[in-house]
Design a protein around this ligand. Structure first.
Ligand code: TXE
Length: 480
């Protein structure tokens, strides 16, 4: 049984309280590791270490910090297959996906922010003959980073890389459901030259470790990705303490398919945008809205393709979908299929657990599921399911497509399929979303602002936005 440890002040150690939590492999349903069941005292020790480390880390300067982060990126790359297999085992995702997306992106996050900080500008505002202002952006000390289980190392590094590059020290908590790659990262920090206390990684439960990070008076900023309900709880605690907050929360993303689109390209990408990572990406399109004139054609072609997807052993390249992340999550997702039926929906394919053979028999697999016949106001079309489940709804014109697209409390991403340039602009402007993809999905430039509106979150990550979040702006006004 693997035993993972916290990284505090440069040393790997168990929780102060001595407790442990089990970690399961979704592919088999079996326990394969334990993490420290940490609490407030571990967070306090990490915060103390981070504050001690801050002055030296900050004064290392941009180039110095950049060198360390680039070294960390290289060490992950040197151990690519180790990270890939850990990520797949821990999360249940296909090994091929971890190799193609998750780990390369984690490496890219470090490289991107290690170099972005070198080019991070400050602004100057000259007042003719009166004065000159310049904006000094300094790190604030210690940042709290809390990340989820769906893209474990990818989202963990998406937060800690800009925080560290900007000159802060970090107290980070990966999801207790998928702690393995964050632990693997912690074993590389010393070799990369990350000074003790600069990056602290505390394992454990959200309501204990996450809550202690959120409430800690010496952590002035929290960057969180996860469920909307958890985001609300973090805001409830942190807002009265006047902490900076970046909250990247859930989504119920629409895919708008107009009759004038490139049908084949749309079909291929819509299968991906629905079921990549078993639908457990906040950017997946879960409500597919199709212009009525091509609805029947789309339904038939889409369902045929979805039925051909293979749910199987995540370690095999032949598997399109692996396991969902936990038994609880599987039951939640299947519960939504039952709900859809009770709301009048028809399951066109999937809708059930998949039982594999041998060691995988107790794994948590769900057949990719397509549902039609549920109205926009139904819970199935309002609540985030976060699994391999999509719904289809027809629309008659652009206005109705937009009304359906905007008819949820969420506003993270949307996808538009059309060949009409004018429509592209109109629809993109009218969509209530932080991200609009036109004739593509998941094309990511790390310089772009990333985040959502409404209940999908507050603030933006990525590029300059992230570096601004992880610094405090000070205006210096000098009389001429
Ligand atoms: O996420 P949580 P869960 C959605 C998805 C999913 C639902 C719940 O719909 O079904 O959220 O998933 C930590 N204070 N998304 O329960 O609990 C927790 O330990 C501070 C969308 O797994 O939000 C973990 O590290 N932290 C999503 C992190 O928060 C707390 C990704 C996220 O866990 C805490 C994941 C607390 N009180 C789920 N409670 C996305 N948008 O990408 C928990 N945590």
């Amino acid at each position: 049984m693997e035993q993972l440890l916290n990284l505090i002040d440069g040393t790997l150690r168990p929780a102060t309280g001595g407790g442990w939590l089990d970690v399961h492999a979704p592919a088999t349903g079996q326990v394969y590791a334990r993490i420290p069941d940490s609490d407030e005292s571990d967070v306090n020790a990490a915060v103390e270490a981070a504050h001690r480390a801050f002055p030296a880390w900050n004064s290392l300067g941009r180039e110095g910090r950049s060198d360390v982060l680039l070294k960390l990126a290289q060490l992950i790359e040197d151990d690519l297959e180790g990270f890939v297999s850990d990520e797949s085992r821990d999360n249940g995702k296909p090994l091929s996906l971890a190799r193609r997306v998750d780990i390369p992106r984690a490496i890219a996050n470090f490289r991107f922010f290690a170099t972005a900080i070198l080019h991070f500008p400050s602004e100057a505002h000259v007042m003719d003959d009166v004065a000159v202002n310049y904006t000094d952006r300094q790190p604030f000390g210690v940042a709290g980073c809390i990340s989820p289980w769906n893209l474990p190392l990818y989202l963990f590094t998406w937060k800690i890389a800009p925080a560290l590059a900007a000159g802060n020290c970090v107290v980070a908590k990966p999801s207790e459901i998928t702690p393995l790659t964050a632990y693997r990262l912690s074993t590389l920090c010393d070799k990369a030259g990350v000074p003790p206390g600069v990056l602290n990684i505390i394992h454990g439960l959200g309501p204990k470790v996450g809550a202690a990070i959120t409430a800690h008076p010496r952590i002035p900023a929290i960057s969180f990705t996860g469920g909307t309900r958890t985001g609300a709880e973090i805001a409830r605690v942190a807002a009265p303490m006047f902490k900076k907050l970046s909250l990247e929360l859930g989504g119920k993303n629409p895919v708008l398919v107009f009759a004038d689109c490139d049908f084949d390209a749309m079909l291929k990408t819509t299968v991906r945008s629905s079921f990549t990572n078993q639908g457990q990406i906040c950017l997946c399109g879960s409500r597919i809205l199709v212009e009525r004139s091509i609805y029947a054609r789309f339904r038939e072609a889409f369902v045929e393709r979805v039925k051909a997807l293979r749910v199987g052993d995540p370690s095999q390249d032949s598997s399109d979908l692996g396991a969902v992340v936990s038994r609880d999550h599987m039951e939640k997702v299947l519960g939504y299929v039952d709900l859809a039926k009770s709301e009048g929906g028809t399951v066109l394919c999937g809708g059930h657990r998949v039982e594999l053979d041998g060691a995988l028999k107790s794994g948590w697999y769900i057949a990719p599921t397509v549902i039609e016949g549920v109205g926009p106001e139904c819970r199935t079309n309002q609540e985030e399911i976060f699994g391999p489940v999509v719904t289809l709804q027809p629309f008659d014109d652009e206005a109705q497509a937009l009304a359906l697209a905007n008819a949820t409390p969420y506003g993270l991403a949307s996808v538009v399929w059309t060949s009409d340039v004018q429509r592209t602009h109109r629809v993109a402007r009218a969509l209530q979303a932080g991200i609009v993809w036109v004739n593509c999905w998941m094309v990511r430039d790390l310089r772009t602002p990333f985040g959502g509106v409404k209940q999908s979150g507050v603030g933006r990550e990525g590029g300059v936005e992230a570096l601004r979040f992880f610094t405090e702006a000070k205006n210096v006004c000098i009389k001429l």
